[in-house]
Design a protein around this ligand. Structure first.
Ligand SMILES: [Zn+2]
Length: 72
């Protein structure tokens, strides 16, 4: 049986490693040129005010897992 203090300490350690892994992933993604990127064209149209309509493209790299979007 763990004490609350032990649980709290262990959670801190886990969160620390998650942060470290996330940074490693970000670094890996800067090394990738995303040659197999998948793009998906998205639209939010039909707004009463046409100027509110939005078009954007969602990109996802299947290799490094990076996801981002660009407005059209
Ligand atoms: Zn990539």
């Amino acid at each position: 049986m763990k004490t609350q203090k032990q649980i709290s300490k262990q959670r801190e350690m886990i969160e620390f490693t998650i942060d470290a892994q996330r940074n490693m992933l970000k670094f890996l993604q800067t090394k990738c040129t995303h040659p197999n990127v998948v793009s998906q064209y998205k639209a939010d149209t039909g707004n009463y005010d046409k100027s509110q309509d939005r078009y954007w493209v969602e990109f996802r790299c299947p290799d490094c897992g990076k996801q981002w979007m660009e407005d059209q």
